[in-house]
Design a protein around this ligand. Structure first.
Ligand SMILES: CC(C)(COP(=O)(O)OP(=O)(O)OC[C@H]1O[C@@H](n2cnc3c(N)ncnc32)[C@H](O)[C@@H]1OP(=O)(O)O)[C@@H](O)C(=O)NCCC(=O)NCCS
Length: 172
């Protein structure tokens, strides 16, 4: 049974090593999550430090999923838009599940938690992007996200090629 927890500064910092490991595991296994393999400890730590600062300044909401033994096995982020005309909008970012716990419903559970909170915050529109052809496309399709386009060669990958990215929205 997975437990999902919203992270504050303290719990995020406490789980810093596991979050670094989660990001490195995703990158190592070929995910398109902003970083290239091999992802050094220092680069991953620096990334999470920035995220922790954003949690602290309420710019972002981060959830972590924990297994029965309290191991951190997944994470997702909701980044509400900042501008005056965008208060109803938020970005979904960095949905990641550790590779040895995939296809157990953790990604789905993280997205359900995120969407519930987004609704409570009176967000009406969620936006996300993901690499064309990745398993995440199936997950987002299943959860009712609408693909509104793809951009060719949007993101560099670890083989020094460019990947196409699909952009999705969901009205909640
Ligand atoms: C995408 C990701 C988060 C999915 O997490 P997960 O916990 O394995 O997903 P779930 O078990 O909740 O799967 C939910 C549904 O998504 C679809 N799905 C997930 N992984 C899939 C796969 N490898 N192949 C086909 N469909 C898949 C299935 O429809 C699945 O339902 P089912 O298992 O009942 O058939 C995970 O593969 C991951 O961390 N990938 C690397 C990071 C990444 O690319 N993130 C997306 C960034 S936008």
């Amino acid at each position: 049974m997975v437990r999902i927890e919203k992270l504050d500064m303290v719990s995020a910092a406490k789980n810093s090593d596991s979050l670094v490991n989660l990001l490195q595991d995703s990158v190592k296994n070929g995910a398109s999550v902003s970083f290239l393999s091999p992802l050094s400890d220092s680069a991953a730590e620096a990334y999470w430090r920035e995220v922790f600062a954003e949690i602290n300044s309420a710019q972002i909401i981060v959830w972590a999923a924990f297994d029965d033994e309290n191991n951190l096995v997944g994470s997702v982020q909701l980044a509400p838009a900042k501008m005056q005309n965008a208060k109803h909008r938020a970005m979904v970012q960095k949905l990641m599940v550790i590779s040895n716990h995939r296809r157990e419903g953790i990604g789905n559970a993280l997205m359900d938690t995120l969407e519930l909170e987004a609704k409570n915050l009176e967000k009406k529109l969620l936006i996300l992007d993901t690499r064309v052809g990745d398993p995440s496309e199936t997950l987002y399709d299943k959860k009712g996200y609408i693909k509104f386009g793809t951009v060719p060669g949007y993101a560099l990958n670890s083989s020094n090629d460019f990947d196409d990215m699909a952009f999705y929205f969901k009205i909640i």
